[in-house]
Design a protein around this ligand. Structure first.
Ligand SMILES: O=C(O)CCC(=O)C(=O)O
Length: 266
């Protein structure tokens, strides 16, 4: 299966420019043969949180129509990164996934808000999981800071996900955390991790390093520090082989872990 990763240069608050750029890059990835295309986090607005009242996509209508139209026209699955949305009087960081028939298979709002970038002051956290299928591929999606919560990703893996998609806006100063956490999440869950970070102009500080990691932990591709459209070939059938080699799922002892829920006893 060919995965198109779009390490987009997201303009701060430049919604029109961002839509145009995303369309150009999605078309480029499809031309290069991508069958699943993945975008980064908050690609419609960037982190223009103070401008959300004017810029956020009301009920995600624009992003959904855009992603659905391209998925159907190009015959590709699109894991649409995430966009700033407004639902009622609240704002969210929402990830939409469309299959190649144009069906909305996943809608998820970021569950863990990143205080260091003031997300909690502007956004509401989602509290639903994000499990979906792309054809016969069992998949899940989380967003950026979510990867620091292994139990959240494990919860998705336990329901049968074999690939985890991670759109992000992960800043350069902690890029080593990004790489290590993603690799660990792939190894511990014995699944593919397909993580797409953004690139920035000179003012902001995002240096890409998107990653495709297979379930044994091997990095199949790492993005450069520039805008890039890459198409990476992956074989999802190796998930079962890796899970058979070290039967982590069978060896789990959930009863033991539930005893650790209340730290008071220690
Ligand atoms: O956890 C981190 O260091 C980065 C997270 C982040 O930038 C985000 O969730 O937007």
């Amino acid at each position: 299966m060919k995965i198109g990763c779009i390490q987009l240069n997201v303009g701060f608050g430049k919604v029109e420019e961002n839509f145009a750029r995303a369309e150009e890059k999605i078309r480029e990835a499809a031309t290069l043969g991508a069958e699943i295309i993945v975008l980064p986090e908050m690609w419609n607005t960037g982190y223009a949180l103070e401008k959300l009242p004017e810029l956020a996509d009301v009920d995600g209508e624009r992003a959904k129509a855009f992603l659905q139209g391209l998925a159907m026209e190009l015959g590709v699955h699109i894991v649409g990164g995430s966009v700033a949305t407004k639902k009622g009087d609240k704002f969210f960081n929402t990830m939409y996934t469309f299959d190649k028939d144009g069906k909305l298979v996943g809608e998820y709002s970021k569950a863990h808000l990143f205080r260091l970038m003031d997300e909690h002051l502007f956004l509401e956290a989602g509290d639903e999981m994000n499990r979906f299928a792309l054809g016969d591929i069992e998949a899940a999606g989380v967003i950026c800071y979510d990867i620091r919560f292994p139990e959240w990703l494990r919860a998705h893996a336990l329901t049968g996900a074999k690939v985890l998609f991670v759109p992000a806006q992960w800043p350069t100063p902690r890029i080593d955390h990004w790489k290590t956490l993603l690799q660990a999440r792939a190894i511990e869950n014995q699944c593919f991790v397909i993580a797409v970070n953004r690139i920035a102009n000179k003012v902001e500080n995002f240096n890409g390093q998107s990653m495709v990691i297979q379930p044994w932990g091997e990095v199949l591709w790492i993005g450069a520090d520039d805008e890039e459209v890459a198409v990476i070939d992956v074989d999802f059938s190796i998930v079962d082989e890796v899970r058979g080699r070290i039967p982590v799922y069978d060896d789990r002892r959930p009863g033991l872990y539930s005893m650790c829920q209340s730290p008071k006893q220690f």
